[in-house]
Design a protein around this ligand. Structure first.
Ligand code: ADP
Ligand code: MG
Length: 265
């Protein structure tokens, strides 16, 4: 069974796409079979994977609206060595089209049922809003990874996001959990960032990943190379941080599996 993680935060520019692409590549580098789904019409995760969003035959539109199977819409030769379902501006229309359907919240979940044994991890890069596409991601996911910047109003925004996730989960996916909170673009020399980081740990405890993603120029320029940072500079602090995050996620998943086995035996 694949573990499906939605990367979400209704705020834009917090590092969702950077996290989606580099985490997918890091997991692939540790020999995990990975599918990355770009749910944002901006198609940044698609371009960041080295796939031209204007030159793809199929996107999540065909998956969600036309109900084409995953194997027919997936791109298998990305620069990150993972599989990708692409997005481009067509996906804006998908969001509107979805409204016409019965059981529109679970289209993505249903579409992914047939590939559960083909992947170890499925990552979903969400758009920066709470629309029907994001609702589909939350219905399809086992858990949510929330990237955030340690800024002044961050905690307030995070608490609101958590409430929204909880309310949404009650309706579309009661077993949805918070995978973790990831501090991104972190500058340890910034006092405010340190203060917010401390408060974050007090509020959310173990949910806050130990791994911190530093502000790193390699991560910022990676999209212009059409490749995750670790495929053109794996010694950069950014690439190393995402590898460390992948390790932390794997260890958490293994711990969960053990606890479940203990309960069931
Ligand atoms: P989102 O998907 O949440 O909108 P992005 O991942 O696209 O956010 O990041 C927003 C901008 O910040 C992009 O230009 C990206 O390259 C840059 N960025 C993201 N993470 C980092 C980082 N750790 N260091 C430096 N720049 C970053
Ligand atoms: Mg994005």
């Amino acid at each position: 069974m694949a573990t499906t993680i939605a990367i979400a935060n209704q705020k834009g520019g917090v590092g969702k796409t950077t996290t989606a692409v580099n985490l997918a590549a890091s997991m692939a580098a540790t020999k995990r079979k990975v599918l990355l789904i770009d749910l944002d019409p901006q198609g940044n995760a698609t371009m960041g994977s080295g796939v031209d969003k204007y030159d793809v035959d199929n996107t999540v539109y065909e998956l969600l609206v036309d109900e084409k199977p995953v194997k027919d819409v997936v791109v298998t030769d990305t620069n990150g060595k993972y599989h990708l379902i692409a997005a481009n501006s067509d996906v804006t229309a998908a969001e509107i089209k979805l409204m016409e359907f019965f059981a529109r919240e679970v289209r993505l979940r249903n579409a992914l049922k047939s590939v559960q044994d083909d992947y170890d991890f499925i990552f979903i890069d969400c758009p920066p809003s709470l629309n029907m596409l994001t609702v589909n991601a939350m219905a399809a996911a086992d858990s949510i990874l929330v990237p955030m910047q340690c800024e002044y109003y961050a905690l307030e925004g995070l608490t609101a996001l958590m409430d929204t996730i909880r309310q949404l989960a009650e309706v579309v996916n009661p077993s949805l959990t918070i995978e973790g909170i990831l501090r991104t673009m972190y500058d340890p020399r910034n006092r405010l960032a340190n203060d917010v980081s401390e408060q974050l740990k007090q509020h959310f405890g173990e949910k806050v990943y130990r791994t911190v993603i530093p502000r790193n120029v390699r991560l910022a320029e990676a999209p212009s190379f059409g490749a995750p940072a670790m495929y053109y500079d794996k010694s950069s602090t950014g690439a190393k941080a995402y590898l460390s995050l992948a390790g932390e996620i794997i260890r958490r998943a293994e711990k969960r599996d053990k606890e479940e086995q203990a309960v069931n035996s």
